[in-house]
Structure formats: C-alpha cells, structure tokens
Design a protein around this ligand. Sequence first.
Ligand SMILES: Cc1ncc(COP(=O)(O)O)c(C=O)c1O
Length: 407
Amino acid sequence: MSSLQSAAPLQSRALARVKPSATIAVSAKARELAAAGRDVIGLGAGEPDFDTPDNIKAAAIQAIQDGHTKYTDADGMPALKKAIADKFARENGLTYAVNQIHVASGGKPVIYNALLATLNPGDEVIIPAPYWVSYPDMTLLAGGEPVFVTGEEVDGFKLRPEVLDAAITPRTKWLILNSPSNPTGAAYTRDELIALADVLRRHPHVWILTDDMYEHLVFDAFEYTTIAQVAPDLYDRTLTVNGVSKAYAMTGWRIGYAGGPKALIDLMRKVASQTTSNPSSISQYAAVEALNGTQAFLKPRNDAFQARRDLVVSMLNQATGIRCANPEGAFYVYPSVEGLIGKTAPDGTVITDDDVFTTALLEAEGVAVVQGSAFGLSPYFRVSYATSEAILEEACSRIQRFAASLR
Ligand SMILES: Cc1ncc(COP(=O)(O)O)c(C=O)c1O
C-alpha cells in the first residue's frame, strides 16, 4: 500500500458522520436467521403488506405500452405535478401551483434534496425524538447538525411548544415534524399544531419540513391536519412532504413529493438535475393513477390496520413489564420495556437496555423488532404491525412468553 493510500481513508468525512439504517439492519438480520432455518417473525420493516392496487399497476403497464419510457423533467412530469397539486387542494386545503411541486424517487430523496439544497456547515436541524432513523443522518450528510428534542411518553411522544422554543437558536435552519410518526404512530391534533405554530411565528428564520407520509393512516376518526393548513402564515416557509409509498402500498415504486415555496422548490430541482434526474417515468404514471383514481381501497385497509393496532396494543399491555401507548396512526407502536430492565433471561443475559432486549428476544423467540435507541429514545422498541393478525397474534404471544421468562 502506498503512503498516500494509508494517509487518506477511502470514506469521505461527510459519509463517516453517517451510520447505516438500523431498521434495514434488523430486516437483514431476520432474513439471515430465517435463511439458516430459524422460524423468524419480522416486525421490523416499515412497509404495508398489502399489494399495490390493480388500477395503479394497470396504469404503469399502459405507460410502458404507450412508450412513456423516456426522461421526464428532473423533478417530475407536469401531469403528476398537477395530480399532486390537486391532491393538496382536495385533501389539505393547500394551494400549490405546479411550479411549487417537487417529485423524487421516494419521500427519502425529497427530504434529502431539501436539506442538501439549504444547509451550510453548522446549520442546525431540530429533530423531535423518537425520530425516523434517516433524519439525523440525512442532516449530517448534507453538512448540518441535528439538534434533538425529546417527546415524553405521557404526551404521546409529541413535541411540546416550550421544548421547541428552548431548542431554537440563531443557527436553526429547519424543524422537522412527522405526523403520524414513525416510530411512535403519534399524530398531532389541530390544536397541538397551532401551539407549535405559535412558537414558530416568533422565530421567522426557522423553516418547517413536515413529513406527512402516513397521512392516510389515522384511526378512530382522527382528523388529520398539516401545519401549513392550520397556520397559513407559515406557508411561505413550510415544505409539505408526502408520497405514495405507504398509503398506496407502493414502497418499491419510489415516488415521493413535496409542495413548498417556489424559491425552495427551484433549489431542490437544481439538486435533482445534477444527481438523480427524474424518478422512473413508469412509476410517475402509476402515481398519477394513485392520486387521481379511486380511493375506495383506503378505508378497508385502514380498518384492517386499526384492528391490528388494537390487537397489538392489547396483547403487549398484557406482557409482564411492557407498557404500550395507543397511537393515533401509522402502523407502528412504541412500547416501553422499562419494567424489564435489570432482569435476567433464562440463558443468563441481563437485560440492561433495549438493544439487549431486542437481541435477546430475537435469539430466544425469533421475533425481530427494532430497538428504541435507533430512534433516539430508550428503553423502548418499535413494532411494525403491517402484517396479518394471525402473525401478529403469534408474535405478541412470543413476546409475552419471553417477558414472562425474565427473572
Ligand atoms: C416518516 C417517513 N418518512 C419518509 C419515509 C420514506 O418514504 P419513501 O419510501 O417514499 O422514501 C419513510 C419510510 O419509511 C418514513 O417512515
């Protein structure tokens, strides 16, 4: 090896600040155990088990047959932007012109494009914990500094206005809101959003990125609202992010989108034009159908998710030492294992934290869940209940058995 190679690591300093996704790691570990012949139930992955509806598939097939297989505008084709603008008007009461819409290959790159377009070294991004695993690392990769503010279990893990106020500094560039939340399932009510908006109004230099990816997954007649809708005066500094991945069971198609002020959208297009170019043209045609076509399947799917949530919350609350809040939406619950810390498993493992708990649970019972430390709040774990009730019942029985085996 030359001295030049040994002096200069291959990995960039920017990437060295980033860690790989913990949720993807759990799914990989579960697959590895299953391949080795173990009976594993994976409750780690964040995607619906339902299939993409047939009308959406048909639109994609038609797009291929019609030859729509060429480049589109880097940040999405006009017909899709129009469908997205119509969706924002219809469902959120938000008016965005077509040139205020950005489309990318999933919600993840939409958020990354926004951060990359706007962050300078040292700029701060306020991230309420527990958070979706990618926000801190995307912030770091884009050169910014994550600033964590923690939601308490008693508040449904939601950010309190005074906690937000105390976290804002002159370096704050963005606040990231996510409702319903991955990993807790918590969703902000209209009044809770208004209270956060009251704080943000006093700090006009702070931009707001609201990640509404789970908008359609809310239960018990919860009234979904988003911040630019309830605080129209913040519209000029809010990026409203959404996508088809979760609501339409289209995780593999890779289409996410956002509406925001034109100046910001122009910068995001500049990033896309020199990085990914357009998301798949075929997926864009599918997304047009998802947004413009029938929405009839949403309700029965939501009913199924609500029944699953009820089952999981009830069974986990019957497990010794586990306490599980009942969230408003998404397809996650975020139970506490506080009551199990310090106990010993039959194989002698002492449960010192949620990392040990989730590893020991996987080893003993073959149930894969994600440790709360990955989402910035311990001692908890995340269960994704996007699978059948039969599988969930079996998984929760195993968790109950494991918890009862601890001494
Ligand atoms: C809160 C949240 N935002 C964004 C995304 C990214 O969605 P996509 O698959 O469209 O990139 C996810 C996916 O897990 C998510 O949970």
